[in-house]
Design a protein around this ligand. Structure first.
Ligand code: NAD
Length: 484
């Protein structure tokens, strides 16, 4: 088993108390790597070093265009190491190799995208009166903390690190307990950029030790948290003690709404893809299928046929569906299947772990379709976070909107119809952060503002909108003396 150290204040170190934790390969349950289990003291070192780096002249005097070049070099170096990063992501998180390769490409794209805006952070002039010049400056916040989940470890890490650096902040990142490897590998690439020591630190460890210390550290100027609703609430409460602003990217129960007039072949392909991507462990998974009553049977049959044709296997063999990330997450999915059984819900396919001996070593779960649900049922409301699709039928367009909005979440929605008026009518009325019409996810969506309503969280990442989260606005008013 490999042993890795964490990257704190520009040095590779063990945890201050010597504790370690083990990450396992979810396809085999074999130990993969041992990393330091960081402490509050390690977090304090990282935040102190980040503050020093943030205030160092090497960073404050760096031209914005040079920050951009630095991020472009990082993008290049991620691409040069793409195959190694992809394989490590697959072994650590379980996802099929093709999906890890796509994630690594998106991670590089974040660097490139924000490299391009580093020298375009414009302010405004505001007309107040003739003898006054008023202008705004968009300034970095200082030290930004990033707490990330296990489902898209590298992609979500770079989604925060790239805009934070582009806008001139210093960064402390905590990877998820289950998936620390690729963030540490990227730290090796960042080290080669020869930046101020401490500009980027990666502190590995548990949420209880590292996450809580980071969210509550008075030296942190902003916390970006991506993860579950209960932990998001805790992080927000902890950050509130220091009045530290937070961006919360939480869960979802996103619907694909399919009308009878849609291209049903294409819609069925995408409905399946939207729920089996990363074995359904995706915040924006299309975990609800809202289907027009007159095509219910026909369309669900198409979905079931596709689900039954999917291959399951270790991510490294690049199947359609890899393992669930951990025993804990598999248990959560199983508990939802118990609810389905107890409530007599129709399981059209799946609903269990595969019986094959080859897959019995890992945390596998079959792609599953639960039919005939109503939107008040727990299986239609709660995030299962597995390859489990909940089907609800609707009769009218107004009813489709009502069901789509009948959730505590509000992350994304797919609408499938050839009637553009209907599509736009729905897009106006659905309470979510993103609507996709006749597509789902826009191929990574680095450029598109992303975030939720309700319990999906608040604040926007990705696109130019993310820059607001990593900067604050200063207004400067200058009195001009006449005839000086
Ligand atoms: P989680 O909330 O269990 O953990 C997320 C992170 O928080 C981990 O790094 C964890 O160690 C840390 N953490 C745990 N306790 C903490 C505490 N007390 N203080 C500070 N940090 C703490 O979530 P998860 O199970 O890793 O991820 C799955 C969830 O993430 C799902 O609900 C999913 O929808 C959501 N998610 C959302 C998005 C998005 O962009 N909206 C993206 C991916 C995942």
């Amino acid at each position: 088993m490999q042993r890795m150290q964490m990257f704190v204040g520009g040095e590779w170190v063990d945890s201050s108390d010597g504790e370690v934790m083990t990450s396992i390969d979810p396809a085999t349950r074999e130990p993969l790597v041992e990393v330091p289990s960081g402490t509050a003291e390690d977090v304090d070192r990282a935040v102190t070093a980040a503050r020093q780096a943030f205030e160092s002249t090497a960073w404050t005097d760096m031209l914005p265009a040079e920050r951009g070049r630095m991020l472009n070099r990082l993008a290049l170096s991620i691409r040069e190491n793409a195959e190694e990063l992809s394989r490590l992501e697959t072994l650590d998180a379980g996802k099929p190799l093709a999906q890890s390769r796509a994630d690594v490409e998106v991670a590089a794209r974040y660097c490139e995208y924000y490299a391009g805006v580093a020298d375009k952070l414009l302010g405004e002039t505001i007309p107040v009166r003739p003898d006054m010049l008023d202008y705004t400056l968009r300034e970095p916040l200082g030290v930004t903390a990033h707490i990330v989940p296990w489902n898209y470890p590298l992609q979500i890490a770079m989604r925060g690190i790239a805009p934070a650096l582009a806008t001139g902040n210093a960064v402390v990142l905590k990877p998820a307990d289950e998936t620390p490897v690729t963030a540490l590998k990227v730290a090796e690439l960042i080290e080669k950029l020869d930046l101020s020591a401490g500009l980027v630190s990666i502190v590995t460890g548990t949420g209880a030790r590292v996450g809580a210390a980071l969210a509550g550290h008075p030296g942190v100027d902003h916390v970006t948290f991506t993860g579950s609703v209960p932990t998001g609430i805790t992080v927000m409460q902890t950050a509130a003690r220091n009045v530290t602003p937070v961006t919360l990217e939480l869960g979802g129960k996103s619907p694909n709404i399919v009308f009878a007039d849609a291209d049903l072949e294409e819609a069925a392909d995408w409905v399946v893809r939207a729920i089996i991507q990363n074995a359904g462990q995706t915040c924006s998974a299309g975990s609800r299928l809202l289907v027009e009553r007159c095509i219910h049977e026909e369309f669900v049959a198409r979905v079931v046929e596709r689900m039954e044709g999917l291959t399951l296997g270790a991510g490294i063999d690049d199947p359609d569906v890899g393992p669930i990330v951990s025993q804990k997450q598999l248990d959560t999915i199983m508990a939802y299947m118990e609810i389905a059984r107890n409530d007599g819900v129709t399981v059209r396919t799946g609903g269990k772990s595969p019986s094959s001996a080859a897959l019995s070593k890992g945390f596998f779960f079959e792609p599953t379709v639960l039919d005939g649900l109503t939107s008040d049922h727990r299986l239609a409301r709660e995030e299962i976070f597995g390859p489990v699709l909940s089907v609800i039928e609707f009769e009218t367009t107004a009813q489709a909107v009502q069901i789509a909005n009948d959730t505590e979440y509000g992350l994304i929605t797919g609408v499938w119809t050839t009637n553009i008026n209907k599509a736009l009518w729905l897009a106006d009325r659905i309470r979510v952060g993103q609507v996709y019409i006749n597509n789902y996810g826009a191929g990574g969506g680095v450029e598109l503002p992303f975030g939720g309503h309700g319990k999906s969280g608040f604040g926007r990442e990705k696109g130019l909108e993310a820059l607001r989260g990593y900067t604050q606005l200063k207004n400067v008013a200058v009195k001009i003396k006449p005839n000086a």
